[in-house]
Design a protein around this ligand. Structure first.
Ligand code: GDL
Length: 683
């Protein structure tokens, strides 16, 4: 989906030929030389003169691309997309990349996107008709791409980091357009195509040059919650979403998949393996690393050769499906219980340090017997039993000293669900584990009591810029509701790609634009709805929060209270009414306008409740207005209607079986309900 950018004034796309010819002739006449063609550019590429002329008069805001690119600048006017476009991929460009390019061009109005081969390029070299728009797709060092980038005067670093890309969209002096999508590797080329999707508006591609690469190596999600695991369809949808937002990691670790944890020794039955196979293929197509996790700590005998072999056999079976990344999850087990006498004999009486010794032994065995023996397998990952906090502990000391240094260790922050993660926290944790940590971020997960009746639709926030220098990556443990988790995941995609430039509000809006297919009314409705699900609990027990409930509504209610207290009662009511009406209408607008049906389905009970709470707020304002007019009977009637709506809203519950804690859904709780109560006493 390509969100339009209504805030960006678009200049009419135009051809460069006339201007370029004029400038080239002028410069050539003055200097007596061929100043129109830079040494490193093909003769018919955009010229320095074109570029300078255009840069001089192009000061409109750059397009918004999410995740935020490292560098982006105007190269010149937008490049019109004609009905017929030639796409010239280098050998080996994958189908998913070409599909993304074709989709983007089609969204821009192309009706005939011809994917050509080297012969097309040869025709062009012979001077046969050059297509009005040529899209080159491939590696940054492939000759046609390198020439096109040089023609755009885009200074691509000699060593573009892994997954990086350069993109240039520009007009040429013969009136044709060129778009170069050049990756450091296959993922980079795929990401260039994802950026292209977001540069399309009004039948043209923004005339920009982009040089980009990610800040963190691992970016994505860990399906690691308790409760109903995602379905295969939900996972496939999420994997495609990961690709679109340049998220490259999905860790498969659903606590309630019995073969992952309780019955970890048993091989997956054939139908489950077939499902996993589909996921692995979808992950590959979307350049997502599918990490298979197994969680044997509930029953394993660490020192038992049979159990070790069962664990390796489990990994091998999934390796055969094409998985090349593995994790051993040892979270949420009792480190002071042995499951066999042999472990007591091998490691002594139960203690956290003894558990760490047993785990290090097991992991070192997996490393040697499986990872080292399987070429192309990524470094092994593990979730330690002691996975939160920054203090050194006997457990960590053993891990630090005995665990193979190649094994990556996950960490959740200072707490299980930390309100913030700072650079100092991450550095302290790295010191205790003896390696940089890989963050398992529980901020969105809604599987514990404090999240009962909640969706977490707050912006992804309070993760400190600069973390990319101290962690190997971040994966979010999302909600039981897969599609609703996209709101936080867009933020995580933006943060992990470019933490230094991260703006939570911008990412929040980008998520709304994605879900709304760019429709401005739907975006506003979504942002009003997100606000009522902004409360992000942090503690499993205490009720502490990392983000407050309904900050936008709360601010408007404060304005109401001030105006009311100052005597401007009508002003108070009129000031609040537009947002009250926005809330009341939001569910209908969202249901009609959101292009992601799974998101609407996930949010169903919350949308129903929001409509009722919104109507209750509007009706309460009617009651206040009647009271101000001195019509006490009408005021009472309105307040009674509002109370009835609240009663209906409060009876709406979570979808049975969908989330672990089930209960009444909450909407702006502590803010909206309190105001309705308070309002009744005002007149
Ligand atoms: C945890 C679990 C996680 C669960 C979360 C919230 C880790 C490493 N493990 O401790 O599976 O979803 O709490 O209940 O976070």
């Amino acid at each position: 989906m390509t969100p339009p950018r209504p805030d960006r004034p678009r200049r009419p796309a135009r051809r460069l030929a006339a201007l370029a010819t004029a400038v080239a002739c002028l410069v050539a006449a003055c200097s007596g030389g061929d100043a129109a063609a830079p040494e490193d550019a093909p003769e018919d590429a955009v010229t320095p003169d074109d570029t300078e002329a255009d840069l001089a008069d192009r000061d409109d805001p750059l397009p918004v691309v999410t995740p935020t690119p490292r560098t982006m600048r105007w190269l010149g006017p937008d490049v019109p997309v004609p009905p017929q476009v030639a796409v010239r991929p280098s050998p080996g460009v994958d189908d998913a990349t070409l599909a993304a390019v074709t989709e983007a061009l089609t969204a821009a109005g192309a009706t005939d996107v011809a994917v050509e081969d080297a012969e097309g390029a040869a025709d062009e070299a012979r001077g046969d008709d050059r297509p009005a728009l040529t899209v080159l797709v491939g590696g940054v060092d492939d000759e046609p791409l390198a020439e096109a980038l040089a023609g755009a005067r885009l200074e691509v670093p000699a060593e573009l980091p892994a997954e990086g890309y350069a993109l240039a969209a520009y007009g040429r002096s013969d009136g044709t357009g060129t778009i170069a999508l050049a990756g450091a590797d296959a993922a980079g080329t795929f990401y260039a195509a994802q950026t292209l999707r977001q540069l399309v508006a009004d039948g043209a591609v923004a005339g920009v040059g982009v040089i980009d690469h990610p800040a963190m190596r691992h970016r994505g999600s860990v399906e690691g919650f308790y409760g109903s695991p995602w379905t295969t369809e939900e996972r496939l949808d999420l994997l495609a979403f990961h690709g679109r937002f340049k998220l490259n990691t999905y860790v498969y670790a659903p606590k309630d998949d019995p073969y992952h944890r309780d019955r970890w020794r048993e091989p997956y039955p054939a139908d489950r393996l077939a499902e996993l196979q589909r996921l692995v293929e979808a992950a590959d197509a979307n350049h997502v690393r599918f990490t298979f996790a197994v969680s044997p700590g509930v029953s394993i005998c660490y020192s038992d050769a049979g159990d070790r072999e069962a664990l390796v056999a489990k990994l091998r079976a999934v390796h055969e499906l094409g998985v090349r990344s593995f994790s051993i999850a040892l979270d949420d087990i009792d480190p002071e219980t042995w499951h066999c006498e042999a472990d007591r004999a091998a490691y002594g009486g139960p203690s956290t340090a003894a558990a760490a010794r047993a785990q290090a032994d097991l992991l070192n065995h997996v490393q040697e017997a499986f990872v080292d023996a399987s070429p192309g397998v990524e470094p092994l990952q593990m979730v330690p039993t002691d996975y939160r906090g920054t203090d050194d502990t006997p457990y960590r000391q053993v891990l630090r000293e005995e665990l193979d240094p190649r094994v990556e260790v996950m960490w959740t922050g200072r707490f299980v669900v930390p309100e913030e993660i700072t650079v100092d926290d991450a550095a302290a944790a790295a010191a205790t584990y003896g390696r940089p940590v890989f963050v398992w971020d529980n901020t969105p997960v809604n599987d514990y009591p404090a999240t009962e009746g909640r969706l977490v639709l707050a912006p992804y926030d309070r993760r400190e810029p600069g973390l990319s220098a101290h962690v190997t990556g971040i994966v979010l443990n999302p909600m039981n509701q897969a599609a609703a988790s996209k709101v936080q995941l867009v933020g995580a995609a933006d943060f992990t790609w470019n933490d230094e430039a991260y703006d939570p509000a911008r990412a929040h809006r980008a998520a709304a634009e994605h879900l709304a297919g760019g429709d401005p009314g739907t975006v506003e409705a979504l942002l009003a709805f997100f606000d009522l699900q902004n409360l992000a609990p942090t503690s499993l027990v205490s009720g502490a929060v990392s983000q407050p409930q309904a900050p936008r509504l709360a601010a408007l209610l404060d304005e109401f209270r001030s105006a009311w207290a100052s005597g401007d009662r009508r002003g108070a009511i009129d000031g609040l009414r537009p947002h009250a009406e926005r809330i009341a209408a939001a569910p209908e607008v969202i249901r009609a306008g959101v292009t992601d049906p799974a998101f609407v389905a996930d949010c169903g009970p919350w949308l129903d409740a929001t409509a009722l709470w919104g109507q209750a707020l509007v009706t309460t304002l009617d009651g206040l207005a009647a009271g101000v007019d001195g019509d006490a009977a009408a005021a009472d009637a309105a307040f009674a209607t509002a109370a009835g709506l609240v009663e209906q809203a409060s009876a709406i519950r979570t979808i049975p079986g969908e989330t672990r804690p089930e209960g009444p859904v909450r909407v702006g709780d502590g803010v909206l309900d309190e105001f309705l109560e308070e309002a009744r006493g005002l007149v």
